[in-house]
Ligand binder design. Structure first.
Ligand code: NAD
Length: 474
């Protein structure tokens, strides 16, 4: 893999991509600077007693934009997390929310920690202490700044954060909206855990619905016969790969993990690889039904139809971009392709579905969860049985008029009211489809926009700048 020290920083990569889009829009320099700047960044250092020894932890929370409130974005736990990374990810959140029409500003947080080095109780202690710091410094509340899961964090961390906020602010009736991605029994929403991965799949499906775009990418046919390589079988990668395999009949020919890659041209069984990882300390080494390649990064360069980086930023750089042999890159991770690599891939006519669009499913369903928390009611609770009754009345009218019985399969579907999961999936699907069409329209209507990433940033910056022009800069 490329030497990371020689690769431009994550923030500089994002800013260069944004500047490319700003040139197309001809934004006033002051407004451009205001949009690109990170509003505020908090660094905290706090001690925690671990097994009788005091350890000091470092964490960040960046608020990139507040043109919409609350500012929204995940919290990642990783040993190598740093301020630059958190600022870049916060900026991506601003653009992402604008692209999928989610009315939030952009934020991101990070804690320098390897969660695997600590017991569950220790991680809880550290998380609650970090949450207290964020609340005290005004970087966590349902109205202003709402975190979510990211690398190394999940439902349990979100539940601890919500509970800590509740204890500090028992008077806030909306306390559970201070964080999203909570377990369903603690105010979470059905379908949030899978949302980013499912959103990735909805983005790919929408791309394949547009046959002319598929042709331009040098592909043909449907998603069903496509050979896919995926990097990272974590939350996003696993949910995306599983759906692509089980619902779209795509072939996952390789899974690249942190300790090596599995390759099987006939297709890997995603669920059994995941199960194997869970039973073997998260390693893929030794999985029986595949060839194991020690240096997993080299598999990014294998030939395939669709390459899905779903692990980390800066995986495809100017050092390996020339060797990439796919037709379509779907950026499920944040920032997996650097600016320089992006330019090389464009020259190679490789189509990229950009991160700020592709992985926006998480924040979209987080938005649904936040609304659910503020409304204090689960989606579908009022109308589900009513819809069921209407369906049954319509079916019996149909049967009376035709004298024929409706087949069982249709009967069951038509005499059913939508539950929360149905509504969440429908809202997510609609969001990804509408966002893709907005990107495409921008791409087609402006000859200075030569790729979908620039189109995505043009869409985002246009919306954000309008809000600056409408409200004014104070
Ligand atoms: P995760 O921690 O659940 O999974 C990451 C996976 O990548 C793990 O299986 C890990 O072992 C693997 N990995 C780590 N380093 C690797 C390497 N060098 N090569 C190959 N695999 C490696 O994290 P996640 O939540 O799935 O997030 C993945 C990416 O998606 C990140 O870029 C994150 O910012 C982005 N993202 C996540 C969400 C979300 O809802 N979780 C939302 C939007 C974007």
């Amino acid at each position: 893999m490329a030497n990371k020290t020689r690769i431009p920083s994550f923030t500089s990569n994002v800013n260069r991509m944004v500047k490319r889009a700003m040139k197309v829009l001809k934004i006033e320099p002051g407004i451009a600077q205001a949009i690109m700047s990170c509003n505020s960044i908090l660094q905290v250092k706090f001690p925690v007693d671990i097994k009788g020894k005091v350890e000091v932890f470092t964490g960040w929370r960046a608020t990139h934009s507040t043109h919409r409130l609350p500012a929204k974005g995940g919290i990642r736990y990783a040993p190598i997390v740093n301020q630059d990374e958190v600022e870049a990810l916060a900026a991506l959140m601003t653009y992402k929310c604008a692209i999928v029409n989610v009315p939030f500003g952009g934020s991101k947080g990070g804690l320098q920690i390897n969660p695997c080095d600590y017991t569950r109780d220790e991680v809880e202690l550290i998380t609650r202490r970090f949450a207290r710091e964020l609340v005290r410094e005004g970087f966590l509340s349902p109205a202003t700044n709402v975190p979510a899961p990211d690398l190394g964090t999940g439902e349990r961390e979100m539940a601890w954060i919500a509970d800590t906020y509740k204890h500090l602010h028992p008077e806030d009736i909306n306390y559970s909206a201070c964080v999203t991605g909570k377990p369903v029994h603690h105010g979470g929403i059905s379908g949030r855990k899978e949302a980013t991965g499912r959103g990735v799949v909805y983005a790919i499906r929408e791309f394949f619905r547009n046959t002319e775009d598929v042709k331009t990418a040098g592909l043909n046919g449907g998603l069903g016969d496509k050979r896919i390589i995926i990097q990272g079988l974590g939350n996003v990668g696993y949910n995306a790969a599983k759906l692509l395999q089980e619902e779209d009949c795509a072939r996952i020919i390789s899974i690249i993990e942190k300790d090596g890659a599995l390759v099987n041209e006939k297709g890997l069984h995603v669920e059994s690889v995941k199960q194997y990882m869970n039973e073997h300390q998260q390693t893929v080494k030794g999985y029986p039904d595949a060839r194991y390649i020690d240096n997993g990064d080299t598999v990014l360069e294998h030939e395939c139809d669709i390459l899905i980086p779903a692990a980390l930023e800066r995986q495809i750089t100017s050092e390996n971009a020339d060797n990439i042999k796919t037709r379509l890159i779907v950026e499920a991770a944040n920032g997996p392709v650097t600016f320089n690599a992006d330019e090389i891939l464009q020259q190679k006519n490789i189509t990229i579905l950009p991160d700020a669009f592709v992985n926006a499913g998480g924040v979209t369903v987080s938005y649904f969860e936040w609304i659910r928390n503020l409304a204090h009611i689960r989606f579908g609770r009022m109308e589900r049985r009513y819809e069921e009754l209407r369906g049954k009345i319509e079916l019996s009218a149909m049967e009376n008029l035709t004298g024929k019985a409706v087949p069982d399969l249709f009967y069951a579907e038509l005499a059913r009211g939508a539950d929360e999961l149905d509504l969440v999936r429908s809202g997510l699907d609609d969001t990804m489809r509408v966002a893709y069409q907005e990107l495409k329209e921008t791409f087609l209507s402006n000859n200075k926009v030569t790729d979908l990433r620039t189109a995505a940033y043009v869409v985002a910056i246009d919306k954000i700048s309008r809000s600056y022009y409408d409200i004014g800069v104070f």
